[in-house]
Design a protein around this ligand. Structure first.
Ligand SMILES: NC(=O)c1ccc[n+]([C@@H]2O[C@H](COP(=O)([O-])OP(=O)(O)OC[C@H]3O[C@@H](n4cnc5c(N)ncnc54)[C@H](OP(=O)(O)O)[C@@H]3O)[C@@H](O)[C@H]2O)c1
Length: 235
């Protein structure tokens, strides 16, 4: 059975990915995030529906944590087939109001986290000559907006990392896919996903279905990029 590591699985899009893959696709899922209680809650729900799941509390900006996620996954399930780099943070305001530590935090999660988790699985993927790395970037990995300087820059960087990595690891049988969601109803902006202004936004379930589609594609198929917008979004 395929084993999928999902970062940022405690909330929003990552939680939906965990649910769809663990319950609907019946794959072995490894849920990764910092908030242990949220991870355990989801893990219990998946388990109660017969799913196979492991929750690992980890901060993906920390090298040792990323390594531990891989070790714990192999110890529990014996294999890793897919890593979904979903964890991400965003903050939106004029550039001069950002501190240097806010810059480090945003690049730490969105870029370094994708780097560290991908690096942690690569030796294993190379040895078995297969593996799939899916990153959740953003439609603002390809365009910019006012007050989004650091977020856009980090998402452009994450995308560039994945695009170069795709070329680098293809000879080893490893595939790299990037999904670019438009505006999605989570609590990313600290307001409830059910808030009135979010009613026409993408449901995170739609992004999770896209992840499932990429995972279920034939082994000789590389879905390089997938952009998904709500019909209502002006972009
Ligand atoms: N919502 C949107 O409109 C939208 C649009 C395009 C792209 N995206 C992208 O989609 C991804 C998911 O966003 P979302 O909307 O689902 O956000 P969210 O609801 O805020 O969830 C973010 C997830 O990332 C985790 N996370 C944050 N920092 C972490 C760290 N240092 N280590 C481990 N996990 C960490 C959080 O868990 P803990 O706090 O428990 O660690 C949480 O599970 C992000 O990469 C975001 O850039 C979102």
């Amino acid at each position: 059975m395929q084993t999928i590591i999902i970062t940022g699985a405690s909330k929003g899009i990552g939680r939906e990915i965990g649910w769809i893959l663990g319950v609907e696709a019946k794959l072995q899922v490894v849920l990764v995030a910092r908030q242990e209680a949220d991870l355990e809650f989801l893990a219990k729900q998946i388990q109660e529906r017969g799913g196979k799941v492991l929750a690992v509390r980890a901060d993906i900006t920390q090298e040792a944590d990323c390594q531990r996620v891989v070790e714990q996954t192999l110890a529990r399930f014996g294999n890793i087939d897919v890593i979904v780099n979903n964890a991400g943070i965003g903050s939106f305001k004029p550039l001069e109001t950002f501190s240097a530590s806010e810059f480090d935090q945003m690049f730490g999660v969105n870029v370094k986290g994708t780097f560290l988790m991908s690096r942690a699985v690569l030796p294993y993927f190379k040895e078995r000559k297969s593996g799939l790395i899916i990153s959740i970037a953003s439609d603002v990995s390809k365009r910019t907006f006012a007050n989004g300087s650091l977020y856009c820059a980090s998402k452009f960087a994450q995308d560039a990392l994945c695009s170069a990595l795709r070329k680098e690891v293809r000879p080893f049988g490893i595939r790299v896919s990037v999904i670019y969601p438009g505006i999605t109803a989570t609590n990313f902006d600290q307001t409830s996903p059910q808030a009135e202004h979010k009613k026409d936004w993408l449901n995170p379930y739609e992004i999770a279905k896209a992840v499932r589609y990429v995972i279920e594609s034939a082994p000789n198929v590389v879905i390089d990029e997938m952009t998904i917008h709500p019909l209502s979004q002006d972009y």
